[in-house]
Design a protein around this ligand. Structure first.
Ligand SMILES: [Cu+2]
Length: 116
């Protein structure tokens, strides 16, 4: 049957691509400086594997968000930090700088918004 010979490989190729994209996390870059994260609002989807790389433009900063079970990290100008996670529940998850970085440290915050 001619049709199967064309359709089957096409379906297999599609499945393969779907598997590949599922395994590959969405990469997001966040740049930190006194006293802000850019972007400060990160939108992700439930079930979507996400990889965030934090970079600093000045001093040592950190990132902490416990509700999403993300490891706490610190990072510097020379040494970025990467976290990976997959959110299981929709909601708004605030995060903050995890390393004292100066007078405005307490205001250095952001949020991860998880949509269904
Ligand atoms: Cu700080």
């Amino acid at each position: 049957m001619k049709l199967t010979r064309i359709v089957l490989p096409a379906v297999a190729a599609l499945l393969f691509c779907a598997l590949l994209s599922a395994a590959e996390p969405r990469k997001i870059e966040v740049v930190a400086k006194k006293y802000e994260f850019d972007p400060a609002r990160i939108e992700v989807k439930v079930g979507e594997p996400v990889e965030i790389t934090f970079k600093s433009l000045d001093t040592k900063h950190g990132f902490v968000q416990k509700d999403l079970k993300i490891a706490k990290v610190t990072f510097t100008k020379d040494k970025p930090a990467t976290v990976t996670f997959t959110a299981e529940k929709a909601g708004t998850y605030p995060f903050k700088c995890a390393r004292f970085c100066g007078m405005g440290h307490g205001k250095m915050k952001g949020e991860i918004v998880v949509t269904p």
